[in-house]
Structures are given as structure tokens and as C-alpha cells.
Design a binder for this molecule. Structure first.
Ligand code: PBG
Length: 328
């Protein structure tokens, strides 16, 4: 009770503040998403993601070495697929010599200790821009799962350490785990996007990979039949418990900032690490406001990352990983 307790005593200077600080960020917290394209010498800035790039394999090598130097030890790979290689089923996704498979090998050659995680979903490969197979205006669940499992297997064969299914089909974790087990990839882990919301914050990412749902007859215009309704909370627990039962090693909440209540719920309730994906739109907002001089880039970035960790994230996939690691 005041004046016996004066809370400001513990805030008087940075020395005491750092002594009592509850949440600390470090480069160990981050997973770095990387966008990969075909070509040579390509370092292509993404229009809606200032200072973020798509790399060709030769420059990916350089980037990955730089990340390692900064103490960043895991990457999450995404590929931009040539239009002419896209179809409804994502056949190119299982090409042993496809861009993803070559990217995995490239990272492992550049830095063998780098943890390589790979995106598993059909959208970058889909002519319709959907995460699953489209049939008569619907995204079909079970046929998609068999294909996702083959895709995961192909990534494991190329050397991935973790596969990260981001598609939100029901039962895909079980199917992926079974296929990996049968092929003796018992050490390849699964980071499941278990509570992924149908968010408008993915816009810049879809620009980066040219993977937005197409506007055509009989093609669903959004992903609301598989990604979760942003209004729902208990459903996130249901989804996540199911994925853990099916064999997920790490679960995920996505996006970050608007969903920190979900992060707290999950970190209280589950016994596996909870990852958070701070998505492209969250990155773009900070970049845009700071370009205008309306917000302090570094301060806002660190505040948001700290808040994500404080909410219970064990790790954060973030386009700010490199910027943050340089400051920390
Ligand atoms: C697609 C996928 C998306 C993201 C990661 N994997 C977009 C989507 O679901 O449409 C979004 C990441 C971001 O916005 O940074 N499977």
C-alpha cells in the first residue's frame, strides 16, 4: 500500500529496469522466412515489403551465411513458382529437382547447421492460388492431404529438418507423420500452423509469391472454408489439440499481434512449443508508418516482438528477424 510501496522505485533507471525485466528477446527466438526464386544474381525487393527480398539460389547462399553470423539459426523456406509450372494439384511440388528441393540443399550446403523448415501447402504451385485441390468450387480435404504428405516427404528427402504445413486441411498432420514414419524420416519434425486465421494481413505475402486466390468462376475467392474465423477463440484450442494428437512437434498461431490472446491460451494449455508467425501485413504496416515518419521503426518493431514473446511465444517467425538480431 502507498506510500510503503512505490512502484516507480523499480523504474528509476535502466539498470534497475533491466534487472527486473521479465521478457528478453534474443536471436535464438527467431525463424527467418525466406522467399526463393529461379534465376541467377536475383535479389528482388518485394513492393509491399520494403527491404525484404526474393533470392535466387546463388544469393540465398550468401544470405544464409549472413543470418548464421547474426546468430539466426533457423529459416522457413517459401518458393515463387513459375506460372507455367502451376496446376491444380501442385505436381511441381514433389519434383525432386524443384526449386524448393534445390533451395533446401542450397541452405544445407551453405550452412549445414542451419535448421531448415519448409512451407507445405499447394498455393504457390496452384493455378487457383488455393492451399488445396479445387474441385467443383470446393477445396477438397482428403485428396489434398495425400498430396501434402508426398510434398512433405519430398522435402524430407531433400534434407529438410522440419516441415511446416500451412494449409489448414483437417487431418493433414496425421497423414504427413504417417508417411514420414513409413519412409523412416523419424527425426523430421512437424511445425503445424495449427491456429491459422483467415486474415487480411497476408496480402503482401501473396504479392511476394504471386499466390493469391484467382478471381474466376467456381473458384472460392478467399480461404475462409479452411482458415479460421478471426472471431473465434476456443476453436483455436480445438484445432491445436487435434494437431498435437496427430503428431505436431511445434504448433503455431498466425498472425501475431491481433491474436495474442490465442497465443496466451495455447501457451497455458499445451505442452509443446508455441510458435507465432508475425505476418507480412504486420511487417508492411510498421514499414509504411515509419517511412512516413509516423512511428519509430526499431522501437515499434522491438515492442511488438517483445509483446509476442510475453504472450507466450516460444519462437517467432518474423520478417524483422535480421533487423532485430542486429539490434540485440
Ligand atoms: C500459404 C501461406 C500464407 C502465409 C504463409 N503460408 C498465406 C495464405 O495463407 O494465404 C502468409 C504469411 C505472411 O503473410 O507473411 N499457405
Amino acid at each position: 500500500m502507498f506510500p510503503l510501496q512505490r512502484h516507480r522505485r523499480l523504474r528509476q533507471n535502466e539498470s534497475i529496469r533491466s534487472l527486473i525485466r521479465e521478457t528478453h528477446l534474443s536471436p535464438n527466438d527467431f525463424i527467418v522466412p525466406l522467399f526463393v526464386v529461379e534465376g541467377k544474381g536475383v535479389k528482388d525487393e518485394i513492393a509491399s515489403m520494403p527491404n525484404y527480398y526474393r533470392f535466387s539460389l546463388d544469393l540465398l547462399t550468401k544470405e544464409v551465411k549472413e543470418l548464421w553470423q547474426l546468430g539466426l539459426k533457423s529459416v522457413l523456406l517459401f518458393v515463387k513458382v513459375d506460372e507455367k509450372l502451376k496446376d491444380n494439384r501442385g505436381e511441381e511440388a514433389v519434383n525432386p529437382n524443384g526449386l524448393m528441393q534445390r533451395a533446401i540443399r542450397t541452405v544445407k550446403e551453405a550452412v549445414p547447421e542451419m535448421l531448415v523448415m519448409t512451407d507445405v501447402a499447394l498455393d504457390p504451385y496452384s493455378i487457383y492460388g488455393h492451399d488445396g485441390i479445387v474441385d467443383q468450387g470446393k477445396i477438397v480435404n482428403d485428396r489434398t492431404n495425400s498430396f501434402l504428405a508426398q510434398m512433405a516427404l519430398s522435402h524430407a528427402q531433400a534434407g529438410a529438418d522440419f516441415v511446416a504445413p500451412s494449409d489448414m486441411m483437417d487431418g493433414r498432420i496425421l497423414e504427413i507423420r504417417s508417411v514420414l514414419e513409413d519412409a523412416h524420416f523419424t527425426d523430421v519434425g512437424i511445425m503445424s500452423y495449427s491456429a491459422k486465421f483467415a486474415s487480411a494481413f497476408y496480402g503482401p505475402f501473396r504479392d511476394a509469391l504471386d499466390s493469391a486466390p484467382v478471381d474466376a468462376k467456381d473458384i472460392p475467392k478467399d480461404k475462409k472454408t479452411y482458415q479460421m474465423d478471426p472471431a473465434n477463440r476456443s476453436e483455436a484450442l480445438k484445432e491445436t489439440f487435434a494437431d498435437i494428437d496427430e503428431g505436431a512437434d511445434i504448433v503455431m498461431v498466425k498472425p501475431g499481434l491481433c491474436y495474442l490472446d490465442i497465443v496466451r491460451d495455447l501457451s497455458n494449455e499445451v505442452e509443446v512449443p508455441v510458435a507465432v508467425y508475425q505476418v507480412s501485413g504486420e511487417y508492411a504496416m510498421i514499414k509504411a508508418a515509419s517511412e512516413k515518419g509516423w512511428l519509430d521503426h526499431d522501437e515499434v518493431m522491438l515492442e511488438q516482438l517483445t509483446a509476442i514473446k510475453r504472450a507466450g511465444a516460444s519462437m517467432i517467425a518474423s520478417y524483422f528477424a535480421k533487423d532485430a538480431a542486429k539490434l540485440l
